[in-house]
Design a protein around this ligand. Structure first.
Ligand SMILES: [Zn+2]
Length: 244
């Protein structure tokens, strides 16, 4: 059984080592402006950041697809369909935050949480063991009825593991404003990252509701710092995947 699990791990890993395809999803758009403040709104910021990211990632040799190129409405379902239909290796959704607490500031990185209670407990337990991978083969105990269930379960668990690894790289490489060392990385059931078939992370760049940070977020120089942080994290993550 262990040999079988290792074989499956290799099967799932192999597409990551060549022709790496990243989908960048600028949050909101069109009539959905997202978080706003006096001078800017989230949908414009995420689109500007996405175009910078796409240029940088293509310069590094990645294949990149955008979910939206201009300021149009796009449903969450359509964003997921784009990422799934191009069989992307990675999905990064870009957002900016807002809070009634005007002191809230800094970036946060969310990865998918699509497990039912038992599995979530399993995953949380594996997260506690920071240096070990999730207990992939244990899914077999619960879903021994069909091979499809096992395969689907393992792929899903492995994607969540990869998403958490990318979140760690993002937190490690982030040169912009940080929220705090403790809660930089979070799990949450955002639709786009929850329903995609590949490793996926949602980046909250910072808080538009914070007076000082909202000004920084609109500055080209600060945007470039955030863009290079994200690109460095993706490059580091890709290296880690290749080395596995
Ligand atoms: Zn948003």
């Amino acid at each position: 059984m262990v040999q079988f699990a290792v074989f499956l791990l290799l099967v799932f890993s192999s597409p990551l080592s060549h022709g790496y395809h990243i989908v960048i999803d600028p949050g909101h758009g069109g009539s959905d402006r997202g978080a706003t403040n006096r001078s800017t709104n989230e949908s414009e910021l995420t689109l500007k950041m996405t175009h910078k990211l796409v240029r940088g990632l293509r310069n590094k040799g990645f294949k990149v697809t955008l979910t939206r190129k201009g300021n149009q409405n796009l449903s969450l379902q359509a964003r997921v369909e784009i990422a799934n239909s191009v069989k992307a290796d990675l999905l990064v959704s870009i957002h900016a935050n807002s809070s009634v607490d005007k002191r809230a500031k800094g970036a946060e990185f969310y990865f998918q949480n699509q497990l039912d209670a038992d599995e979530e407990s399993m995953f949380l337990a594996s997260r506690e063991n920071q240096n070990s991978k999730p207990a992939l083969i244990n899914s077999d105990d619960k879903h021994s009825s069909t091979i499809d269930h096992i395969l689907g379960d393992m792929k899903r668990t492995y994607n969540i593991y990869l998403s958490s690894e990318l979140s760690k790289k993002l937190a490690l490489n982030w040169k912009g404003q940080k929220k705090s060392k403790l809660n930089l990385i979070k799990q949450a059931p955002f639709y786009v990252i929850k329903n995609s078939n590949m490793p996926s992370v949602l980046v909250e760049l910072g808080y538009l509701s914070h007076n000082f940070e909202s000004k920084k977020l609109t500055q080209s120089k600060y945007q470039n710092i955030m863009v290079s942080s994200i690109i460095k994290a993706i490059v580091d993550y890709k290296k880690q995947i290749d080395n596995n």
